[in-house]
Design a protein around this ligand. Structure first.
Ligand code: XMP
Length: 513
């Protein structure tokens, strides 16, 4: 396996994902527990992630010296590269010119095992840079094998020790050959076979779940989405009857979604399911709440409250299972205890009250959406179910900026259903990562028949993405948007204007709140 040491980069799990894509098992460990993780895993290679700190400061994170003495190949990425320089006898400085951010080109000067069979000297390749500091002198034994205008040590290598450092980020899609560079490191440099699969992930997780849970009882919160369903099916496979699924229907789901989940669990998997209709509790608590973070916090807290009440009813549970994915984790909290920045708190992990006396079981915490889908297929879920677009835990509440009311939920549900129906009819559903409508707290004037209307504005959004971390607006063909607009305005009372959102992420986010 490969051990990835996390120094707090927003994209560390992307490294793990690329390595998994290369068919090699990898685990991410926070730098603080590096020595323990190394001992436990006995990895065939180590990757040091990027991070927001500056190695020029005494207090910034370091890798334990033992990692460098272990004789395994090491790849340092960005901060990881700088850290290798600093710890192995080179030098790092704060860039005088403010650093390099975004697309850059590296020029290859010498062959290197890292890009064997991939890049040749004399070639130029696109990479993605994001650094303020840079390596100023490389340690003894290293040489620069590629340069970029802003980084004279864009790629450095010590072939004897099999140490490599890259200033750019090979793990992001904006480095087109990045996945292949990481695959080269894992397979060619570290000599790993590349035969690891999702079937093995399933078995590994099942063993982990059993070890964590023991003979305890687990309550799994189903949200209506793919993630919690996959988590529940996996956990059920691990511990069977020790699991009770509770579907808290917060009344903020899309049309027909709740029914689908109930039927899947009860009829298809035969997993016992408690279906709690808590719409009123959620909506009454959301009355008057307009701040997005307050909505998330309230929904998260209420979710847990309802679980606790259910847990008491069924005689207690020791664990709470959730389908938290990596993007939820990284955008919610700085889980390394390190310095990554909070963008928004996704309720699944952000709203857990301190007082909660159940431990968490989150078997999907390292995975990205498409990997969860693959795992879902592996577990026998239907293509139609696993193919469903992601849906946020707080549901329609964060697609109704301003106050959430039953009436506004119903309007949005109707409009959203028409939009999705047309997308499916046009055969575009699978080409889109996520499509949804947002009911704006804005009224605009219109004419309908002979009358003047003063109704709500609806925004349509559809994005393509590979992992939800970045996204582009989907370009609908021809007359699709005008057709949907007409249908929505004709069929949904309360909406008299429809707009389309072309914002990409970044700088926007996928959801409006
Ligand atoms: P953003 O809006 O942050 O969304 O670009 C990225 C992905 O996360 C989903 N999302 C959430 N999921 N709880 C969730 O479970 C949340 O509070 C939440 N907010 C956003 C979003 O739908 C997209 O797939």
């Amino acid at each position: 396996s490969i051990l990835i040491l996390d120094f707090g980069s927003q994209v560390t799990q992307l490294i793990a994902r690329r390595v998994r894509e290369a068919g090699v098992y990898s685990e991410v460990a926070p730098f603080q527990s590096a020595a323990e993780a190394f001992e436990r895993l006995q990895p065939k290679g180590v990757i040091l992630s990027g991070g927001p700190a500056s190695v020029t400061l005494e207090t910034s994170p370091r890798a334990p010296q033992g990692i460098f003495d272990a004789g395994v190949p090491i790849l340092g990425i960005c901060y990881g590269q700088q850290l290798m320089s600093a710890q192995l006898g080179g030098n790092v400085i704060v860039s005088g010119d403010g650093g390099e951010f975004g697309q850059a080109f590296v020029e290859v000067h010498k062959p290197c095992a890292l890009f064997d069979g991939l890049w040749k000297p004399g070639e130029r390749h696109q990479v993605w840079m994001s650094h303020g500091d840079k390596v100023d002198a490389i340690p003894p034994g290293f040489e620069a094998v590629a340069t970029s205008p802003g980084a004279p040590f864009a790629i450095v290598a010590d072939e004897a020790r099999r140490y490599y450092g890259v200033q750019f980020h090979p793990e992001v899609v904006h480095t087109p050959d990045g996945g292949r560079l990481l695959a080269n490191f894992a397979r060619h440099v570290c000599g790993l076979a590349g035969d690891w699969t999702m079937a093995e992930f399933r078995q590994t997780k099942i063993a982990e779940i059993r070890a964590q849970v023991g003979s305890g009882r687990v309550l799994c919160g189903l949200s209506g989405g793919v993630d919690s369903a996959v988590a529940a099916v996996l956990i059920h496979e691990a511990i069977g009857e020790q699991l009770t699924c509770v579907f808290v229907d917060h009344g903020l789901l899309r049309a027909g979604e709740g029914e689908q989940v109930v039927s899947l669990f009860r009829n298809h998997y035969n997993i016992p399911l408690v279906h709690v209709n808590a719409e009123e509790q959620f909506l009454s608590g959301l009355a008057g709440v307009t701040d997005p973070e307050a909505k998330r916090k309230f929904i998260g807290k209420t979710f847990i409250d309802v679980f606790e009440a259910e847990a008491r009813k069924i005689g207690g549970a020791d664990f709470l299972a959730q389908g938290t994915l990596y993007p939820d984790v990284i955008e919610s909290v700085s889980f390394t205890g390190g310095p990554s920045v909070t963008i928004k708190s996704h309720h699944n992990v952000g709203g857990l009250p301190e007082r909660m006396n159940m431990q968490l079981v989150e078997p999907l915490r390292e995975l990205f959406k498409d990997e969860v889908r693959e795992l879902g297929r592996e577990l026998g879920l239907s293509e139609q179910f696993v193919g469903r677009h992601p849906f946020p835990g707080p549901g329609l509440a964060i697609r109704i900026p301003g106050e959430v009311t039953k009436e506004r939920c119903d309007i949005l549900r109707k409009a959203d259903a028409i939009y999705l129906e047309e997308i499916r009819k046009a055969g575009l559903y699978d080409a889109i990562w996520q499509a949804f409508a947002v009911l704006l707290p804005v009224r605009s004037v219109g004419v309908m028949g002979d009358g003047r209307t003063y109704d709500s504005v609806l925004a349509l959004r559809a994005v393509t993405s590979t992992d939800g971390m970045t996204a582009q607006a989907f370009q609908f063909p021809g007359d699709f948007l005008p057709r949907v607009t007409t249908r929505i305005i004709n069929e949904v009372r309360g909406i008299n204007r429809v707009t389309y959102d072309y914002t990409s992420k970044p700088p926007g986010t996928i959801e409006w709140e």
